[in-house]
Design a binder for this molecule. Sequence first.
Ligand code: 6R9
Length: 650
Amino acid sequence: MTENTADHLKAYPPTAEFAAAANADASLYDRAAADRDAFWAEQANRLHWHEPFSRVLDWDDAPVARWFGDGKLNVAYNCVDRHVIDGHGDQVAIHWEGEPGDARAITYAQLLAEVSQAANYLTELGLRAGDRVAIYMPMIPEAIVSMLACARLGLTHSVVFAGFSPSALRQRIDDAAARLVITTDGQWRRGKAAPLKEAVDEALIGGSHSVEHVLVVRRTEIEVPWTEGRDLWWHDTVAGAGTEHEAQAFEAEHPLYILYTSGTTGKPKGILHTTGGYLTQVSYTHHNVFDHKPGQDVYWCTADIGWVTGHSYIVYGPLSNRTTQVVYEGTPNFPDEHRHWQIIEKYGVTIYYIAPTLVRTFMKWGREIPDAHDLSSIRVLGSVGEPINPEAWRWYREVIGANTAPIVDTWWQTETGAIMISPLPGVTTAKPGAAMTPVPGISAKVVDEEGNPVTLGETEANGYLVLDQPWPSMLRGIWGDMERYQATYWDRYGDKGWYFAGDGAKLDTDGDLWVLGRVDDVMNVSGHRISTAEVESALVGHSGVAEAAVVGASDDTTGQGIVAFVILTAEAKNTGQDLVAELKAEVSREISPIARPREIHIVPELPKTRSGKIMRRLLRDVAEGRELGDTSTLVDPNVFEAIRTQKTNW
Ligand code: 6R9
């Protein structure tokens, strides 16, 4: 298969100025390679340990690791108290921006007082270390306060995205046997107050054996159903609790949180993370990958706390590094498409971390929108969640980053807990669309079915991404199902002891790593392995295409045939057959004739999960004319009607 070599040739080295002031330098790689344990011990010692550790890694019980196992620490102390004690109590921790336009600036001293109040009240409720707490809240400060209060008390939180249905919530509450649910009366969505407490009540219908109380923050002031004795208002309870609370130390392997992530099929997996190793790696990566400078930068990660990116790069990583950050409650186009750029201007955001799907949405809306704003404060751009196509990468850098800001394309997963593969700004010469190399201290390989390293010759080599060494923020299991943990991640390369990430990847001739997407998104056409992401990238490279999703549909002759769904840009005229022919030719040109789509459907929308991932499984159902599978995690299940009725099949 020929490759789009032009993309590989144009690389973006750091400027001398950025490199000179960067947190990271190339020696990190050497030091990590020379003595991995010593390197991670050094990173762990960026944190405050109530009791120091003597052993770095214990892998005797593989695949369950113990990192810094005999050390003790308190996560919330590290994220809040420490900064106040060091004299930074007046620094703003959170510039919170509500959807309706209300705003709050919360300093580290105020955050400490609020977390202490919540910790005091949760203790009064009888919650004890090890108990589970479900958090089902929109992006408001109390959500972060709740997470930190749990961490402070050694309670294990399970944050459930507030867009999930009552049945999804119930499943998660039951699986973790949560004793408490923290929620809000409602949440703002495009100017309307949508009920949330009501959804909790629905989830608890028929009684839950585990839930004793529901703690409710008032946000929208809508009416809520109320169960006396069980339900409690935050403002009547937490808000009146004492503002002082002494943090106790917990063992480094004490559970911090469970976060559910959907597997390809079946019941969601409760990914379990612990404290010492997790905090070490989120803190270290946030410092080096985003080049974050405490007291100077204004950081904004636009994820929701319902996803791992919110856990690691809104709450634990940034706060452990004394970050001043923006937290925004709403969507990027409320009240209009200028919202993100207004927020960046208002707070002088310097580091901006989003998903590629958002970049492509901004492209669809048109560059005149960001161009109408002063975005000159931005100095680092981040990408996460899916492969970023070179076209979007270049647009992001040029339009949002003034053609100077480095882009860090960060590969990681709910399971890895923290960033694993990414350029380091100021160090790495980045290539559009490549996650590049594992960060110092992390080891990854691209291997074939049998576990042999893919060999680089004249061309690039494709294979599976594996992690061949344990890492500090790795998951410690699937809650309540250690067999599934073993089977999902470790059996595939069981004899080697490698973690199977479920992603395809390629190494280019420089040995740099490109993540191609989930393995089930890699198509096999006439024996050639072609990534859906590569074809999508080629399609989006055409000026008429705003977004594209590609699936492999079964084909009698070739094994799989490539079926593409595209949304056109506002300017592009749907010239029907001509445009489709042109797009097919474009893919042939950009990748190879073997990647030429069998069918291209022009559609008004693409089906996406609430975290912004395209549901290719459902598109495959459409492409193969099957009944649709489970659509419960879609943002808008009606999107399929639109696709079915409007798709034009050439
Ligand atoms: C953090 C997060 C994990 C899956 C992962 C991969 C995809 C994430 C990526 C990327 C290419 C990147 N993914 N980052 N693919 N380049 N920079 O997204 O976690 O929701 O668990 O998803 O997302 O396929 O396996 P999660």
